[in-house]
Every structure is written in C-alpha cells, then in structure tokens.
Design a protein around this ligand. Sequence first.
Ligand SMILES: Nc1ncnc2c1ncn2[C@@H]1O[C@H](COP(=O)(O)OP(=O)(O)OP(=O)(O)O)[C@@H](O)[C@H]1O
Length: 692
Amino acid sequence: MNHAIKLFIHDSFFDAFSALPRKIQKKTREFMKKFKEDPKSSAINYEKISTFRDQSLRTVRIDQKYRAIIQAPEEGNGYHLLWVDNHDEAMDWAQNKVFEWNSSTQSFQMYDKPATEDRKVVANDKVQSSPVLFKTYTDSELTQIGVPSDLLELVRSIERVEHLESYASNIPTDVYEYLYYLSEGISIEDILEEIEAGKVQDSEELSPNAQKSVYVLTEDSDLENILSGDFEKWKLFLHPSQRSIAYGEFKGPLKVTGSAGTGKTVCALHRAKHLSQKLETFDKPILFTTYTKSLTQYLSSVTEKFNIPESEIEISNIDKLIFDISKNSKVIESSSGMINSSQELEIWKEIIEYNPSTFDERFLQEEYNDVILSNSVDTLSEYYKTSRIGRSVRIGRQDKTQIWELCEEFKKAKEANFTKFELCNLLIAHYRDKEDKPFSYIICDEIQDFSNLELTLLRLLVTEKANDLFLVGDPFQNIYGRRINFSKSGIHIRGRRSRKLKVNYRTTEEIKKKAVSVLFDEVYDDFDGEAETNAGYVSLMHGADPLYQTFSNPEEEDSYIIGEIQKLLINDNVSPSDICIAGRTNKLVDDTKTLLNEFQQKYTDIKASKRPSEAVVVSTFHNLKGHEFKHLLVRGFSKDLVPFKHPDFDTYSDIQKRAYLKQEKSLYYVVFSRAIQTLIITGIGEKSDWIK
Ligand SMILES: Nc1ncnc2c1ncn2[C@@H]1O[C@H](COP(=O)(O)OP(=O)(O)OP(=O)(O)O)[C@@H](O)[C@H]1O
C-alpha cells in the first residue's frame, strides 16, 4: 500500500452500508478490499458527474446497480468513502452535497447546500419578523464555530429553534450542534473552548473533532470485523467530548453526567478499554459496576468483542459485588446469605405481627437502612443523636427506643443472613485502613441509583490515585429517589473532573423533547449539592413526532395497539424484537401479554435471558431502564393513571408526596427516552396533563 495515501471512512458510509441488502454488503466489502489495497488502481473507475454541486465527488461502481460516493482528490492523498446506495438514490444523495475540510474547527463538514430560493424565503421572512436567533454574533464568531462562509447568510436569518431544526440537513452537524447550544444560552466562549480542546497542533494527526465522523483505514484495520454484522458505530466514532472523557488523564475521580442516550455507557466502555491498556502483568483487575443486572449482562457481551480481555475486568452489579467480596474477604462466613429488599420487607412484616407497632414494615425497613445503617449507627445512644434529615415522619426519643428494639428483633429473625447495607458497613470497616485494595480502577455506571453507603464502599475498594474512579450517571433518571452526595461519600471531584455529555445519540430530537417535557418544574441535584441543568441537551437526528392518543374503552385501545404493531411488522418490515410494549404495572404488562396471545403474536418479557427476533418485547416501566428499542408503545397514560399513585399515596406526608411524584416524572422520562425512532403513547379516558 502506498503510505502517502490516506483512506477515510465516514460515519455516513456505515449508515448507508448497514441499510444495504446482504448480497450488496458482500459486494461492497469486496470493493473495499480492492480500495484498501490501492485506491488508485485502474480497476476502480472513478466517475466525475457534471451535475454534482461539489465537483470533488465521484461515483464508483459496486455492481451494475449500486454505486459508492467517494471524494477522490485530483491532487493530494486523501480518499473519503462517503456513501453507498442504489444508483439513483446515490446520485440523489450526492447531488447537492458539499464535502469539505473546515480549518477553524479542524473537522470534515458535509451538508446539503440549500437552493438559493430557500434562503431567500427565509431572508424575506426575517425582514418581517426579526429579531433573529444569532444576531448578536459577529461573522467572525460564527466562522470560528465552523459556519461555512456560504451559510453565513442562512444562519443569520434563523429566527427560532424550530427554524434551525428545519435546516438540520443544510448545516454541517457540528455547526448545528454549536448553534443549538447558542440557542440554549450556552456562551460562545464555552463553545470555542470545547472546539479548541478537540483540535491538534500536528497537522499529520487527525483531530478529535474530525474523528467524530471519520475513521482512518490503516493497514492494520480489520475490515472484515468493522463491516461485520454486529458492527456498532460507537466502537469507532466518538464525539470529542466523549473521547476526551474516555481517553483523558485525570488526577483523581471523574464524574460524568449526561441526559438519556448521550453515550455514558459507551464512554465507560471506551474508558475500560483505555484503562485495561494501562494494566501491568500483576495488577488487580478493573471493576465495572452498575446498579442493574441487565446492564452487566450487556457489558459482558460486548467487552470481549471490544478487545477488553476478560481477565482484566470484573463486571458485576453492585448487589452481587457486595455479596461476593464479603465472602472473598471473609467478612462473612461462606454459608451466609444476602437477603434482598422484598425479603427484608417480609421479615419486618412478621416482626410487627408479633410486636405491634405504630410504624409499618416499609417505614421500619427505610429507617433501619437509611438512618441506622447509612450512618453506621451501632448503639441506641448514637441513634438518639443521629440526624434524620430527609425522613418525612418526625419521631421522638421513645419512638427511637421502640424502633431500636424492633431492629434487634429483625437482626435475630434474619439469622445468619445479611442485608446489603449491613454488608456495606462490614466491608467499609474492613477496607477503611487496608492498603491492599481489590481493584486497580473502578468504573461505575448508573450512579444515580447508588446509595451513599455503596459509594463510600467503592471509594475504599481502590487506592486513591490518578484515574481511580470513573463515575457515570444521569441525575434526571433518579427513579429510586436517591439523595447521593459524592463529598459525603468521601469522593472529591475537583474542577475539570466534572464533565457533561450533551449530544443524544439514541433518539430523535422529537422524542427527546417529549421525554424532557415530563420533567417540567423539577430541580435535580448534580450529586454534589448543586442543581443539574440539561441546557444544550440535543439530538442530531430527526423523525416523526411522538403520538399520544386516548380511547373511550380498553377494546379500542387494544385494537389500536394491535393495528400499530401490524403496520410496523407488515408495512415497514420491522423485526418484532425491535418493538416493545410497556406498562407501568405488572397487571398492564399481563394484559398486554394476553392481548398478544389473542392475536397469536409471539412475545417475550424483557427480563428473559434471550430475546428471539420473532417476539415482540413486553416490559414494565422500571424494567425498561438501560434498554432501547426502535419502536416503543407505552400504555396506561390517562389522567387517572398518570401520575401513577402508590396504594399508600394518600397516607404520605406532603414531602413524601412531592418526592414520590418527582420519581414518577423521572420514570416517565426514562421510559420515553428508550425509543429510538417511534414513540406511541396510549391510554383510556381523558389525557394526562403530564404529557405536553
Ligand atoms: N459516539 C457514538 N456514535 C454512535 N452511536 C453512539 C455513540 N455514543 C452512543 N451511541 C449510541 O447511542 C445509544 C445510547 O448510548 P448509551 O447507552 O451509552 O447512552 P447512555 O447515556 O448510557 O444512555 P441512558 O442513560 O439513557 O441509558 C446507544 O445505541 C449507543 O450505541
């Protein structure tokens, strides 16, 4: 291969490639092999098309019907593989495309150049109803954020965000992103700082800003693997903000927050790969821990394919981790067990049957966990002095004495078994002064679901050093009402060690807006006592508006749901496993299963270990967390069911009610943000005010 030549594959090419029929994919792979060996070979017939707006673009033949679009230089050495499609579609795609290098942002830009008439319409429109969105910025500032000179007039004419959105394909994606940030009130200085951080000094190197959409094909690139069936774009392309987080060096713990779908887990996986490359032969493994089991299952399935050796990483959800290390470190006997939350509740129930109390089992469980164990209280006199901030029911000294006695009963009743929080306390005591820690680095996803006690423990499981803790989460997805605080857990995040991801890679902007709209008036904590903001949270993909429809009776809703599923399956040729139907309660999920049975549509529960491709997935809202589906149907969204009220809701104090409703909002936000392309919301009766 000629070393002077550089071959670039763009993310647009991968999108086009994955939509091709298998037979054509095979032919494209064969073409790519030839291309990789020698792009100048006479066997590759570059055709210049006189009607293309960008005269640097060429078509090349994949077979009689299919063409790839390549930018092949007349001079110079960079070949860019941009698109592949049926002849006519490929020609249409390339017709108005502009593909160029932007030296202000050091990135490749691709956009459909708008027709002059379109721009005139907007410009005239502007005269009638100014002010415009970006009027305070000078041409020089707009140029610095990458606006190509021939788009300055268009950008200046944009009045509203909706206007900007309608030009999504006419503006390079990086510029669109920066303009969106400006429209959300993010300062131009902050944006320029971000752009600078993604640039490089050495012109031979590809900047992180460019790597967002470009992969450089080298002699070592494993084309077969890259273009194989299970190829996922996140393995090659990272947003510069993701790259700097995943591959950066940090003096201590790093906190990464980001709203739904911003690639937090993707960053954590790249981080794991990066850290695994730092490990020396006898180093302890990296721990990758999460709250839910389903996420660990996903991580285990991808880490090896992502070249992270199994021996270098331990992937475990926090419950399993706590139990395993309790046994391994001999903090408990190997015969002891760990009881889960529902088992705890059962024991509390039995205790108050024999020891009548003014407190119910749920209150006692929470008091024991959230006050006594979370503050590592060992004696009644300590308990008298312990602050109960955040607990909604006020209690006196006598109550505390009674609760303490009931806790003693609880400890006896659970015999040789332990609750998770009890084990946390034992492990914290064990590892506090121990120099020998079980892990080299810790990566933790879904941090919003962890308790302070679990965080305190994680801090003690790794030596304090550079890159020790990588903590990732979304404060808005706090569906269990946790009030975590890093500082109180001994985790100190300083200055630039708190990062935020803003670009949603999962859903369309339309779905993202619906998801965010549910959170409306709430304030969320950033894990360290400050308010978290989702300003600038943007999706660069666009699609159909989510549908919200209610019906006068269950039969009508059922037939609508079945109709929509059939449309997806038959008209749109969607694979059943890309469809999920979700409900807030188990009852609604069971009703859905009955409905699907009636229509002889195969289904599988989201918790099943395998999801056959011919089965539609059904799920409760809570179990949807961490998953994503191309098409999501959500049931039960009527005024009387949303917000969903727990059976004890009316007995809650005002504080408890507020906290509960905030959790419900987070839950609906999590649910809606699982949809990739289609979101259909249904209900029976009047529509809920919560869905705007
Ligand atoms: N750089 C990227 N390029 C392409 N796809 C990406 C990129 N980053 C993330 N994605 C895709 O976006 C989707 C969301 O990513 P991920 O699950 O990591 O987000 P998250 O922030 O952890 O989401 P959530 O908190 O909502 O569960 C996934 O399908 C992932 O493959």
